[in-house]
Design a binder for this molecule. Structure first.
Ligand SMILES: Nc1ncnc2c1ncn2[C@@H]1O[C@H](COP(=O)(O)OP(=O)(O)O)[C@@H](O)[C@H]1O
Ligand SMILES: O=C(CO)[C@@H](O)[C@H](O)COP(=O)(O)O
Length: 464
């Protein structure tokens, strides 16, 4: 039996899955937590990866490995290959003003949408680099190469000596703000002004199933990719499939033939891991809304779900706008969460739990609308991520989305997608291996458009 491994170095933890390469059957898995911060030393990811690999029984018997990771994180290396400063992660909003400045510098959001299909917000790597140039010029001067979390971890697995051997893939590169998914090319002319005239080395962009090297134990290294592209690969997402992921981030994405061009900045024109496009909407507030609400109510996730399902649809007028960490879509980096419509009758833990889940889902429903406005066909909605383990979230999703929702059995789809890519690179085939489609539970419910109507009125009362 030939084994392959997939790694998901995501915001909250590192997950490793070892699979049978022909069928995708999971043989063993491991995980380890990441530090709870928005600026993290990449060495911490390497430590967590070592721990996760150890709990997965090691990778010595594995023939190929691929790394998927959280997108956008700014990893700066000096000319001795050392990390210059802790990586600023996608959910670090200190670069919000830098993003706005970059948009103005190029002549507005439409110019960025035309150039790279992405309008910079705090999350995007190019904004973080502008912040570095302005607030830490000495660190910017020391930076010889810039890469993304998956690029760095893959490079570490291969020995991590020489920055000229760094590679990335178009899926992750497209989240940088200096790579166009439509033309498959870097836009160094956008990067250098962001860095106030400095030039840096960028990773080579490998092909979707290219073998980029070998691990120390001799396993083939696949190109790796961003976590959302890996999830799409695991689910074998095709045109018409919209993947909604409720992890640390809330993500609505779809594999498409058409590059996104949204001057409104809601849809980012990313690439997938197979050569297609992956238009994507990302919110900052997703599974952690459930965590915060559960902690506020002093209950665990199962009890939160039970409470939410015991309250009526619409929470008797109670509305939560869950901008606990500011928000990325819509772009309101300094917003805070708020609760509206409190009355004695709806001041109960059950109403509060229900309103939190409806609020989270309303943000994602807006994401589905934004994708549809970019000519994405919405035929099936698939719900994944840690938050999809919540029964209440699954049951309320079709009421808020106004459409049935498929929930694949809970699994680490990002790591599975990376493993599928590793098997593809190992086989050297034209197409990824056929691992079949994951069975999914279907949730249906009467649509409740009033929930979204109330939410959108209240959302605009919040600060930005
Ligand atoms: N049963 C559950 N109900 C609700 N949320 C859950 C449940 N299990 C896990 N989560 C939440 O899912 C999140 C982790 O999801 P995950 O997709 O692994 O995140 P990430 O990939 O961003 O690290 C955590 O915030 C966790 O609390
Ligand atoms: O920024 C984005 C997508 O643009 C996020 O989706 C990150 O890629 C982090 O993912 P999770 O850790 O939440 O899965």
């Amino acid at each position: 039996m030939t084994l392959v491994a997939g790694i998901d170095s995501s915001t909250q933890s590192c997950k490793v899955i070892v699979c049978e390469s022909d069928t995708g059957e999971t043989v063993r898995e491991g995980r380890a937590p990441h530090p709870d911060d928005t600026a993290v030393a990449p060495q911490e990811w390497a430590k967590a990866l070592d721990a996760a690999m150890a709990t997965a029984g090691g990778l010595d018997d594995v023939a190929a490995v691929s790394v998927a990771a959280q997108q956008h994180g700014m990893v700066c290396l000096d000319d001795a290959s050392s990390v210059v400063r802790p990586a600023l992660l996608w959910n670090d909003t200190r670069s919000a003003d830098a993003a706005a400045e970059l948009v103005d510098d190029l002549g507005g959001a439409g110019s960025w949408a035309d150039a790279v299909g992405v309008v910079p917000v705090a999350a995007i790597t190019v904004s973080k680099l502008r912040w570095l140039a302005d607030f830490e010029p000495r660190n910017a001067d020391r930076t010889a190469a810039v890469c993304l979390p998956h690029d760095w971890l893959g490079w570490q697995l291969a020995g991590g000596q020489d920055p000229s051997t760094l590679s990335t893939d178009r899926g992750d590169a497209s989240g940088s703000g200096y790579f166009s998914a439509a033309t498959d090319s870097y836009r160094r002319d956008l990067l250098s002004p962001a860095l106030r005239g400095r030039t840096v080395q960028l990773p080579r962009v490998a092909g979707p199933a290219e073998q980029i090297g070998e691990t120390r134990s001799g396993a083939v290294l696949g190109p790796g990719t961003g976590d959302n592209a890996a999830a799409a690969l695991a689910l074998d997402a095709r045109e018409g499939d919209v993947v909604v992921s409720v992890g640390t981030s809330g993500v609505v994405s779809a594999v498409s033939a058409i590059p996104a061009n949204d001057p409104g900045g809601f849809v980012a024109g990313f690439a997938d891991a197979t050569g297609h496009q992956l238009p994507l909407v990302c919110t900052l507030n997703a599974a952690r809304v459930l965590d915060a609400t559960a902690s506020l109510l002093g209950v665990d996730h199962d009890e939160l779900s039970r409470l939410a399902l015991s309250a009526p649809c619409g929470s008797d007028g109670l509305v939560m706008v869950p901008y606990f960490e500011g928000e990325r879509t819509p772009n309101r980096p300094r917003a805070t969460a708020s609760v509206h419509g409190l009355r004695l009758a709806n001041s109960t833990p059950a109403h509060f739990a229900h309103a939190a889940i409806e609020g989270l889902l309303c943000g994602l429903a807006e994401g589905i609308d934004h994708l549809a406005a970019q000519r994405v066909t919405v035929r099936r909605i698939l719900l994944v991520g840690g938050g999809a383990r919540s029964r209440a979230l699954c049951e309320l999703a079709p009421t808020v989305f106004g459409a049935p929702v498929l929930v694949p059995r809970p699994a680490e789809y990002v790591a599975i997608g990376a493993a599928r890519q590793a098997a593809w690179a190992l086989a050297g085939a034209v197409e990824p291996p056929d691992w079949g489609r994951t069975p999914a539970e279907r949730y249906e419910a009467d649509p409740a458009p009033a929930v979204r109507q109330r939410y959108s009125k209240v959302r605009d009362l919040t600060d930005s």
